[in-house]
Ligand binder design. Structure first.
Ligand code: HEM
Length: 496
């Protein structure tokens, strides 16, 4: 039981991310309407944590049941299968408890009542039966209770499939309550969110269970890893497709992706998905392809999976924030960029691109001759990046000339291009100058963008934006310093 609770522990790194994002978005402030009761502060703080716990518990339960189905041999006989089902039962029970907590907190939130008042049986029972949100909870309670029971006695593969379908439907059920569900006509938003949550549950929960299982049954790696790798690939395709469709249905115009907090969070998820795809590729090429290396390949699997789970936890935290804050108004009239959007487009995405294609020299990646020349002067590339960010996102030169939508599209491409030239020039060189210039220049540029904005973002968003950028740059610095000190690099520099 104890080891069952510990699996996927790294996903909980998402909780601090969730709290910081909600604090930045001002989602912990209690709205006060004169003469009316307000939602208690404890409810406002606890709801997102219960929501996050429910998502994690649902994913691990689904993952355990699905991994049980891809185990080799007769399902009832294997110790691995029994272990996986024990994890499924444990996490189904955690799912039930988190659902109960979320139900009480949701009642408290909607009716601005204390959670203790929401505990009265007549209140929660009428909520479960009479209100549409309550009926979704009711379905989930019933489905998860069936899963918890059936995991203790399922002995056939067909029984496993039925349990998996019930688990997936219970995990995806909240999609009818999402922002698609609010507008009843928007069925495609609900369906795409349902597919998104189902694919996420298999992928995230599956990874947690595979890693935990291989630590106790290493002999299974040559069978389980290729099978799970194939499933994970399809999950990523469904996650990206459904996530982008769902956000396009909510946001519509390109300017909303860079001009609203909701849009910026969606862009953050795109970057996090890119990081996960890169880790997935490293797993495929360095672990799955060399399964017979034994101990070494398992150590690599554990290392990459640990990082993947932290990033997955952060992505789930961003998702819970999205569903908590809802759609926020964008600066559509002017096509302005929020400061955090510039970090994602001009720093994070370009670094991800350069990191994802290391087999080609960064200079080579620049392609054109004059770009290669520019990439050779990283100080110039860094200053160019700062100027482009200030002009595009601060002065809004393209928006003024071309209108908000075209301006945002071209502006985003320009930010990406300037960021890419800088990232490629910095990553390939021994000097730190390009990193230092951006470290020093970024805060004033962000301040300028906020000063020129028609609707300033507030100090919390500014602090978070600058802190994330500086953290990324410090990480680059440390990575470069450790590489410069490694014997491999030193000897190649001497030979060169
Ligand atoms: C291309 C990348 C992605 C995009 C565009 C995207 C977009 C979205 C959108 C628009 C929603 C609906 C939020 C709402 O209720 O308003 C959502 C929900 C969700 N996403 Fe993603 N997503 C992406 C990747 C990911 C990744 C990598 C994960 C986790 C590893 C993830 C986990 C989730 C979860 C768990 C929910 C449901 C949140 C809830 O409980 O309400 N997504 N996503």
């Amino acid at each position: 039981m104890n080891s069952g609770l510990r699996i996927g522990a790294r996903l909980w790194w998402g909780v601090p991310v969730l709290l910081v994002l909600l604090w930045t978005a001002g989602a912990f402030a209690v709205e006060v309407f004169p003469g009316l009761a307000s939602t208690p502060l404890v409810t406002v703080w606890l709801i997102p944590v219960a929501h996050f716990t429910r998502d994690i518990a649902a994913a691990i339960t689904v993952g355990a049941i699905v991994i049980g189905l891809i185990l080799p041999g007769p399902v009832s006989g294997g110790t691995a299968y029994r272990q996986v089902l024990r994890w499924a039962t444990t996490w189904a029970l955690i799912w039930l408890v988190s659902l109960a907590a979320l139900l009480i907190l949701t009642i408290s939130d909607i009716f601005a009542a204390s959670p203790v008042a929401a505990l009265r049986p007549n209140i929660w029972w009428s909520f479960l039966v009479d209100v549409s949100i309550g009926r979704v909870f009711l379905y989930q309670f019933a489905a998860v209770a069936i899963i918890a029971m059936s995991c203790t006695f399922v002995r056939s593969r067909s029984g496993g499939w039925v349990t998996a379908i019930i688990a997936l439907s219970a995990a995806a059920a909240p999609s009818v309550l999402g922002h698609g569900g609010v507008h009843a006509a928007n069925v495609s938003a609900s369906i795409s969110l349902g597919i998104h949550i189902a694919a996420i549950s298999i992928w995230v929960g599956g990874l947690v269970v595979v890693v935990a299982l291989l630590m106790i049954e290493p002999n299974l790696s040559s069978i389980i890893l290729p099978r799970f790798s194939f499933i994970a690939l399809w999950c990523v395709i469904f996650v990206a497709e459904s996530g982008l469709l769902n956000s396009a249905l909510h946001l519509g115009d390109p300017s909303q992706f860079v001009g609203s907090f909701y849009g910026v969070l969606v862009l953050t998820k795109v970057v996090l998905l890119g990081v996960l795809v890169r880790f997935g590729w490293l797993q495929r090429s360095k672990v799955v392809a060399r399964i017979n290396d034994g101990q070494q390949s398992r150590a690599r699997l554990a290392r990459y999976a640990a990082l993947e789970l932290v990033v997955m936890g952060a992505a789930i935290a961003v998702s819970v924030t999205l569903s908590r804050i809802g759609l926020t108004p964008a600066r559509t009239t002017t096509g302005e960029f929020l400061p955090p959007a510039t970090v994602l487009l001009a720093i994070a995405l370009p670094l991800l691109l350069v990191w994802s294609f290391p087999q080609r020299s960064p200079r080579h990646l620049l392609g054109r001759r004059w770009l290669v020349w520019l990439g050779g002067f990283q100080q110039l590339a860094a200053v160019l990046l700062l100027v482009v960010v200030a002009e595009v996102a601060g002065v809004g030169i393209l928006g003024t000339l071309l209108g908000p939508e075209l301006g945002v599209l071209l502006g985003s491409l320009l930010l990406l291009a300037a960021g890419y030239i800088w990232a490629a020039s910095v990553v390939g060189s021994q000097s730190m100058a390009g990193i230092v210039i951006v470290m020093l220049g970024w805060p004033p540029v962000m301040w300028l963008i906020d000063l020129l904005a028609t609707d300033p973002v507030g100090w919390k968003t500014m602090v978070l934006t600058i802190a994330v950028t500086e953290a990324l740059l410090v990480m680059m610095w440390l990575r470069r310093s450790s590489r410069a000190g490694s014997p491999e690099v030193t000897s190649s520099a001497v030979a060169g």
